[in-house]
Design a binder for this molecule. Sequence first.
Ligand code: PGA
Length: 248
Amino acid sequence: MNKLIVANFKMNQTPIETDEYISKFLSLEKNFKSGIIICPPFTSMYLFTKKLKNPKIKIGAQNCYFKDCGAYTGEISPKMLKSSGVQYVILGHSERRIYFNESNTLIGEKIKAALANGLSVIFCVGENENERTKNIQNDVITNQIKKSLQNIEKIDLKNIIIAYEPVWAIGTGTAIFPSEADKMCKLIKDFINKNYNYSQTKVLYGGSVKSGNAKNLFEMPNIDGALIGGASLDAKEFVKIIDIAENI
Ligand code: PGA
């Protein structure tokens, strides 16, 4: 099955830097079979939607609010994203949970609003180091899913991708063992299947994915792709990871 490769630029790149990135990416681009989603900062989205013509490559946002419009200074609505050519939004990323105190309930409201506006959601879950040390990662993850998806109908699940991102592996350069990532992705799939009777959910792994470890991760049967932070900021490295996914 073709893998899904998602770039999360986080708070990186000015529009000028994005312009350079796109030129480089286009010079390396091939006839990709994989699904590719690039999630740049809001200020660079317009450039991506205008300059990338390949329909296989979709644009995503890294966050949104749950209201359509109104007096919410500094926020961006799912409606605004959808009308700007954006098709996906990352919600529940651990950096939003940690630095912006986003709760499972708030994330659930955002997911519902994003889906109602026709966006697909990349919903991130994952345990932190302390929770892994206590060996409670399974409960942490199923609790995150249960709380944030409690008001979601089965029919909406086709528009939700789950990204398993152990917080302790993000930005560290050291990914989780592939077999452990596979086990966690399977746990998520089984949980969704058991609770919603839906077996098609795609589960990505995220946390220090790079060209050096991508093959071993992508070979795992329950890992449907990757959510890539740091390594996606280098167009050459990002294309290299896509190439690895295509050759599995
Ligand atoms: P990383 O980030 O690839 O830099 O570890 C992944 C993420 O936070 O989505």
